[in-house]
Design a protein around this ligand. Structure first.
Ligand code: ADP
Ligand code: MG
Length: 684
């Protein structure tokens, strides 16, 4: 049977011309498949009409009413024409208003009945509806059904996107290949793929939608779990890892540290030590809140590897962080004769050649760097330990690239993303997990305040006072996409304001991701040295930056950040001896924003925040999981769909026992889906 090719370019879909291709690409839609799996974020029920007398002020509603006046055309001013129509049903009447829609003149006829859908307002005793969509009696283009609402971008109107997706769904209808094995569809009562796609976009009733959604969520979670299973089995191949000598003692370093390790750090180090001394390769996830002292743990592990005759590779997500790591590693390990080097993209060609040579000959013990380490020409002499400080930036594949530069090296993955343990077990099923659940002593709890615009001057006074006392401040702004509908403050805009209006007497600088690495490093260096009072930036400073003297974190448009991210940002302060403050400036009345602010001001426990974050995320929050370090899902929501996840886990462990490599005929479709997940653009 010839099925439709879902990889077809989106430009072949009816209604998609070149300019729309571009807009769709912006939404991450490139193929027919992307289009039909671009799921609605919400629905509007335009299927159940209300009587005019029953309408409530401010609601979006469907009414069926007859035009009892002719369409009046009123010129308000140049380029603005208003159209007015009176309509009524057997309970009351309503005045409808549109603007600049001359085609209405031929569409609306006196004495005819139409279905109107729009927002109503009650003015005095009169009902009004503004700019509704409508259908005549025998049509249901806009009304009489449940209508999907898609996340979209400026310039691509909802109705246009909806029509394009309608066309695509029409095109694939009945033609999509069912890859889910029949026994699974049956055992777990899942609906068939064509039906699922049709109903998720165009549900006739809400229960169709639930049924469709269940199928799609199940599939997404199953593929994720099987992909993890695949990963796990490829890592846990029979081959042995390195067995490090018990003669090299971590305690030699621990006893020389300028501080006492916390109980949690010691426990975690013992777990790592056991892994390193065992003959099986270590694959360990080290979770710990920002500032909990993960870096020092990895330094001690690296010591053990190097003193046992191996090299270590440390991967960080940004050059700022890599540079900082180099400093920490060299400071602590230099005295043991351990040689550390830095490889980031800004290293000169000559220096790079030298590094590569020394790495290969074994003259470098620890190589610290960014993605640059992944390049093919980076060859180790004897790589025995890989540490990725991933802070949710690296994909599984990058991790395996670096791992393949050694022969079954031990792997330590560090993350500051607190994930509830149950979830971590599921998502990182391929790794053993260690948790540092304790901060070093004498840390002062960061005080957090959420403020709205009215308090701006007081905030500024406070910042000035802190700086006069010798402290420094960060100001973080959301990233501004060129096409964003919401106007958020950009780095440069804030910089101008602070520098020329508010803090004219202070040293204000800014930094963002588009700057050259060298520029960023320079600014960071100056900030570290205390030469800059206020550093304005995007979230580039989110990851791991350590400047103990900075005691204030101001987040502009805090409503634009997820909880997990706010927590990360807050972790940039409170790293020294000073009382630190986090000020969340927000500008939104939405309930979710209010709740987020409340959570941030009431706890500093990363795990509590992670739980709440999952809870607050609706399934519509499309880009949410990225900040979380969790795999990105198109439709599944790990909090809401916990029950389905459990079913999926049950099924996965059955498959693991009977056909872990998905070689049976009945699992062919599943295998295809898993392979696509690995090879496609999707990173886990
Ligand atoms: P993380 O990487 O987990 O965010 P770091 O390793 O950067 O945290 O540690 C933050 C700061 O705390 C560093 O300056 C580090 O030297 C210091 N530190 C780490 N462990 C301890 C400890 N047990 N006692 C005191 N200070 C510590
Ligand atoms: Mg760190």
């Amino acid at each position: 049977m010839l099925m439709i090719d879902l990889n077809n370019d989106v430009k072949f879909v009816k209604g998609v011309g070149p300019s729309r291709v571009e807009l769709l690409n912006k939404l991450g839609i490139f193929t027919l498949k992307d289009l039909v799996t671009y799921y609605p974020r919400d629905y509007e029920d335009r299927s159940k009409p209300k009587k005019i007398a029953e309408c409530v002020d401010g609601e979006d509603v469907l009414i069926e009413a007859m035009a009892v006046s002719r369409l009046a055309e009123i010129r308000v001013r140049k380029n603005m024409v208003m159209y007015k129509l009176s309509v009524s049903d057997d309970t009351g009447s309503c005045t409808i208003t549109w603007f600049n829609q001359p085609y209405l003149k031929t569409k609306v006829k006196y004495g005819e009945t139409y279905s109107f859908y729009g927002r109503v307002h009650i003015k005095g005793s009169k009902l009004e509806m503004n700019s509704p969509v409508f259908d005549s009696k025998d049509s249901n283009k806009h009304t009489g059904k449940i209508v999907p609402i898609y996340p979209t971008t400026y310039n691509l109107p909802q109705t246009t996107l909806r029509t394009i997706i309608e066309n695509a769904v029409e095109q694939v209808s009945g033609e999509m290949e069912e890859r889910m094995p029949a026994y699974i569809l049956n055992d777990y009562k899942l609906c068939e793929i064509n039906e699922a796609i049709k109903s998720i976009h165009e549900p006739e009733e809400f229960k169709d939608f639930s049924y469709a959604r269940r199928r799609l969520v199940f599939e997404e979670l199953l593929v994720m779990q099987l992909a993890l299973l695949n990963l796990k089995s490829s890592w846990k191949k029979e081959q042995k890892g390195i067995q490090y000598s018990s003669k090299v003692k971590m305690s030699d370093v621990i006893n020389e540290l300028p501080f006492k390790l916390t109980k949690a750090q010691l426990r975690v180090l013992e777990e790592i030590d056991n892994d390193m001394e065992s003959e099986k390769a270590m694959n360990r996830l080290l979770q710990g809140d920002v500032g909990s002292g993960k870096t020092v743990v990895s330094i001690i592990a690296a010591y053990k590897a190097v003193k046992s005759g191996y090299q270590a590779a440390i991967m960080a997500p940004t050059s700022i962080l890599a540079t900082q790591h180099l400093e920490s590693f060299s400071n602590m390990l230099g005295k043991y004769g351990i040689r550390c080097e830095l490889l980031i993209s800004s290293v000169t060609k000559k220096k790079k050649e030298e590094i590569l040579e020394k790495l290969q000959s074994g003259e470098i013990d620890i190589l610290i760097g960014t993605h640059a380490i992944l390049e093919e020409n980076v060859v180790f002499n004897k790589l025995g330990l890989v540490v990725t400080d991933e802070q949710h930036r690296f994909g599984v594949r990058q991790r395996s690239t670096i791992v393949s530069k050694g022969t079954n090296p031990d792997v330590l993955v560090m993350t500051a993303t607190p994930i509830p343990r149950t979830l971590a077990l599921i998502l990182y099923g391929d790794l053993d997990i260690s948790i540092i659940d304790e901060l070093p002593p004498n840390r002062k709890e960061i005080e957090t305040y959420a403020v709205t615009k009215g308090l701006e001057n007081r905030v500024n006074d406070f910042v000035r006072k802190q700086i006069k006392e010798g402290r420094q401040a960060y100001v973080v702004c959301p990233l501004v996409e060129e096409n964003e509908e919401i106007k958020a403050k950009s780095v440069e805009e804030i910089y101008e304001k602070y520098k020329t209006e508010v803090f004219t007497d202070l040293v204000v600088e800014y930094m963002h991701g588009k700057m050259r690495p060298k520029e960023k490093d320079e600014i960071m260096e100056r900030f570290k040295n205390g030469e800059i009072d206020i550093l304005i930036s995007t979230t580039v400073i989110e990851v791991g930056v350590n400047v103990p003297n900075s005691s204030i974190m101001i987040v502009e448009n805090a409503e634009r950040f997820g909880l997990a991210q706010l927590h990360q940002l807050r972790g940039r302060v409170g790293r020294g001896e000073y009382q630190s403050y986090c000020i969340l400036k927000y500008n939104s009345n939405s309930e979710v924003a209010q709740k987020r602010m409340k959570i941030m001001t009431s706890t500093t426990d990363g795990f509590v925040i992670a739980e709440k974050d999952l809870e607050l995320r609706g399934s519509g929050e499309f880009f949410g999981t990225r900040q979380h370090g969790l795999p990105e899902f198109k439709i599944a929501n790990l909090f809401e769909d916990m029950d389905i996840l459990k079913e999926v886990q049950g099924l996965t462990s059955k498959i693991e026992k009977t056909d872990p490599k998905l070689e049976l005929d009945k699992h062919l479709g599943l295998k295809k889906m898993v392979d696509e997940k690995f090879d496609g653009r999707v990173e886990m």
